[in-house]
Design a binder for this molecule. Structure first.
Ligand code: CP
Ligand code: NVA
Length: 298
């Protein structure tokens, strides 16, 4: 069996603290350098990167396609209907065939167990572009954004709402890098215990002292069948002006997007002066370029 030349990124757990720091440093550097000289480093020059997407996407798809092009490669988008992975043929065969043509596989799948299976059978690295379990590329861009505002200060981050994929990756990354991290949401929608992560139902307590207030949708892709219940349970956890006033004065607001104004966040907050959501979206590009360079061994 072939041995992978580089490693997968299916979870924040797949990198050491040092590797995470290196990716973030390179992302910041590459953002500055891009302003002066676009596309100097050609990490995937002349190579094709398969992008297997079972779910919808704007930011992840466009930022990865742009990143791959700026690194000299060719992104190949394979939507759910075109390859029907797992239906038309087994994940295993998709993985082994893609590995013969492409240098890397970026995958947005419903289930983490499927991306693990894909990675097991691929002989090229696999990058998680979101599953129900994690969204590690989002967390890298979020951390880059936090550091652009607060430098190396280990500011308190409070995630409000659903203990979902976005919450899990950010919680892992933040605690690994030494940030105090609190999740504030309803009892039955918590994350499993993660070392260093405080979880509470109490808003005042959770948000007090926070320099970063983060939320995400209450109904993630795949959770639509629970919509009615979720909208009720999460209502007290809306990020609005009152909630932001419980945080530090210079706190920023983050959201991975897409957002539902009037549900998890009000328009005055997400469109207001504390919001950094466009920087987060931009940083997906820089963080992923850095990640691809590291994974491809440059
Ligand atoms: N934040 C994020 O992953 O957005 P998309 O679902 O549009 O890719
Ligand atoms: N938690 C959301 C994030 C979308 C980027 C979802 O999984 O749908």
């Amino acid at each position: 069996t072939a041995v992978k030349p580089a490693h997968d990124f299916l979870s924040i757990d797949d990198m050491t603290d040092g590797q995470l720091e290196e990716v973030l440093d390179l992302a910041a550097y590459s953002k500055q350098r891009r302003a002066l000289a676009p596309s100097v480093i050609q990490a995937v020059e002349g190579r094709t990167v398969a992008m297997v997407f079972e779910k919808q996407s704007l930011r992840t798809r466009v930022s990865f396609e742009t990143a791959i092009r700026e690194l000299g490669g060719h992104p190949l988008h394979l939507g759910k209907d075109s390859i029907a992975m797992g239906q038309r043929e087994p994940i295993k065969d998709v993985a082994s065939n893609l590995s013969r043509w492409c240098s890397l596989i970026v995958a947005r799948l419903y289930w983490q167990r499927d991306i693990v299976e894909l990675a097991e059978h691929a002989t090229v690295p696999v990058v998680n572009a979101l599953t129900e379990w994690e969204h590690p590329c989002q967390a890298l861009a979020d951390m880059q954004t936090i550091r652009e505002v607060f430098g190396q200060d280990k500011v308190k981050i409070t995630y409000v709402g659903d203990g979902n994929n976005v919450a899990r990756s950010l919680a892992k990354l933040a605690t690994r890098l030494g940030y105090p991290f609190t999740i504030c949401g309803p009892e039955n929608f918590r994350l499993e215990p993660i070392e260093g992560v405080r979880q509470t139902t109490n808003l005042e307590e959770g948000v007090a002292g926070a320099h970063v207030v983060y939320t995400d949708v209450w109904v993630s892709m795949g959770d639509e069948h629970e919509q009615e219940h979720r909208l009720k349970v999460f209502e007290p956890y809306q990020v609005n002006g009152r909630l932001m006033s419980m945080a530090e004065k210079d706190a920023i607001f983050l959201h991975c997007l897409p957002a539902r104004r009037g549900f998890e966040v009000t328009a005055d907050v997400i469109d207001g002066p504390q919001s950094r959501t466009d920087d987060q979206a931009e940083n997906r590009l820089h963080a992923q370029k850095a990640l691809l360079q590291k994974i491809m061994g440059l």
